[in-house]
Design a protein around this ligand. Sequence first.
Ligand SMILES: *Cc1c(COP(=O)(O)O)cnc(C)c1O
Length: 375
Amino acid sequence: MQPILLVDVNTQNRSLETEILSAIKQAMYSTLILGPEMQQFERAWAYFLGSTYAFGVASGTDALFLSLKAAGIQEGDEVITVPNTFVATALAIQHCGAKPVFVDIDPSTYLIDIEQIEAAITPKTKAILPVHLYGQAVDMPKVLAIARKHRLAVIEDACQAHGAKFRGQSVGTFGLAGAFSFYPTKNLGCLGDGGMIVTNDHSLAEKIRLLRNYGESKKYHHIVSGFNSRLDTIQAAVLHTKLPYLLQWNQRRNEIAAIYQDKLTDLPKVILPKNDPAAESVFHLYVIRVPNRDGILSYLYENGVYAGIHYPTPLHRMDCFKGLGYRPGDFPHTEKCAESILSLPMYPELNLQQINHVVEIVKEGYHLYANRLRQ
Ligand SMILES: *Cc1c(COP(=O)(O)O)cnc(C)c1O
């Protein structure tokens, strides 16, 4: 059996090679920056999610950063988010000069513990930045109710949740803005970096339009101090080619999750992802919790199953956020999860034989290591 990767983007891109290459070939003679292919993909993405506006930007990190900027987040402000996320969530807040304020996660969903948000609000709080981690949807109506009460903006980090829904509505479209990443391994990925901001707010949309393009209102008229952050026309053409497959890929991810669920359910000390009937996950990652995780993970590696950890170091314990003054132990659920979470291989092209192999090796690792002391 060939090693099984955590995610294998080559198989998917190879299966669409002819279509992708012809889209690239056409786009390479188009307007390469802010070209029609980018605008067409923006419209398609807005339609896919059910939002009014969509703006292609250079990355998911920039999508978060420019959304926060456009929402007026600046020096001295505080933005509430979670310590269990990819580093970029909080970097985007810091790049605005603002302070990330962490709220612990709900240990059953790994998403922001909504009950703890209000206690973190201070007079400096300007926004809440929930993260739809692993492809799961945060209960946005609850977050929006708190935000309305305290007059806070909500910017959604939907970089792992392309097409995830809460009560039928796509994540990214609940708050003032939603940020997406098209990094190659995301549920919809390009051949490099790319990102998108969606919003239903006209005035925010106009600010983002300026901010991503040097603050330019018309040729050589620069009315705000903007940035250079646009989705390349070529990447947009690739993404537009792949978009029609996204629903079936997400569906396949759900099928794979159901198979894992079914086959791993008899391991008493393993915690499987929770099913929230109001939320439709797109399983960007399939994350379980196991005892003696490091022992099991090394067993998986030795046997060619490349599982992962998302994420091993909570943000409040990273050097780049030292200045925030948090201490070990401040977010016990996040820290406890970080020691036991394990991401199993997850991508739509995984076949049944591979899934069965992953399950078999996980079970072997479990029986060998679960009852041992930590390695
Ligand atoms: C990928 C990701 C980002 C950043 O996206 P890039 O395109 O890599 O900049 C931000 N937040 C989360 C949760 C992500 O998974």
